[in-house]
Design a protein around this ligand. Structure first.
Ligand code: ADP
Length: 259
């Protein structure tokens, strides 16, 4: 059976005024994929997200989301941004946060939630296993619970693709593995693109992995290649192995190179 292509970038170059951040990026993601993209800070991960969401127009190249332009296709993407610390200061209930995922362009239409909206909100809360928290203010929740609320908000729009930016940056390791278990379940029906600077955290969970650092190294495989590490750490791998302190290396790399 031919799989549907959900995201496709062809020879994409993008950046800001004189600062070119992405060079010749080619990327294809199909329905059912669960892709993890890693890369160092400043390597262009957020820029890539903006390009996929149609918020930044590439200088060159094409972006297709569900076969449409990025601007039109982004309605099929449930975007989960990084949690901001001030989010938790805002005294709003979980249900209301998730209902934002159902916002419509026409302001008047947002005054009342339809039965379909309510069912979608409830389904998303269930999917993230937080229906019991629906009436709680978000400022009373733990980091892990708040992150689930953010994902539920993205799910409420009934997306075909979930795009997550550093989903576990402000959660402890236990909540983080619970979150990844939930994402694995969601992946049975939704394609997932997860972006992180933390190679060790995601390499265990995703189906395929790539690396962004101006260029994108991605061949649709689970293995972390030498080319990816060289791209991520901006130096030949021999230099990394012999010259740099191990703390800059992902654990995965250290474990495989100790003997
Ligand atoms: P990452 O998400 O991997 O940390 P970014 O995509 O945020 O990387 O940033 C890549 C580069 O683009 C950095 O050098 C950053 O300073 C620059 N950059 C990001 N956003 C802007 C912007 N709005 N205007 C100018 N430069 C930017």
């Amino acid at each position: 059976m031919v799989k549907q292509t959900v995201i496709e970038l062809e020879d994409v170059w993008a950046g800001y005024e004189s600062d070119r951040v992405l060079e010749s990026v080619n990327f294809k993601m199909e329905a059912g994929d669960y892709v993890g993209l890693i890369g160092p800070n400043g390597g262009g991960k957020t820029t890539l997200i903006k390009v996929i969401l149609g918020l930044l127009k590439p200088e060159r190249g094409t972006v297709r989301v569900m076969g449409l332009s990025a601007e039109k296709g982004r309605h099929f993407i449930g975007y989960v941004p990084q949690i901001q610390q001030d989010d938790k200061a805002f005294p709003i209930r979980v249900w209301d946060v998730v209902s934002m995922g159902r916002l419509k362009p026409n302001l008047l239409q947002n005054l009342l939630l339809s039965e379909v909206d309510k069912a979608a909100i409830e389904r998303s809360l269930r999917q993230m296993d937080i229906l019991d928290l629906a009436k709680r203010p978000i400022n009373e929740l733990s980091g892990g619970q708040r992150q689930r609320v953010t994902i539920a908000r993205a799910l409420a729009s009934d997306p075909k693709i979930l795009l997550l930016d550093e989903p576990t940056s402000s959660v402890d390791s236990r909540s983080s593995s619970q979150l990844y278990d939930l994402l694995a379940e969601l992946n049975q029906t939704i394609s997932i693109l997860l972006i992180s600077h933390d190679l060790t955290a995601i390499s265990t969970y995703v189906k395929t992995i790539g690396c962004v650092n101006r260029r994108l190294v991605y061949s649709g495989q689970k293995e972390i290649t030498t080319e990816m590490l060289e791209t991520a750490y901006d130096c030949p791998i021999d230099l990394v192995a012999h010259g740099l302190p191990h703390r800059v290396l992902p654990h995965h790399y250290e474990e495989n190179n100790h003997d």
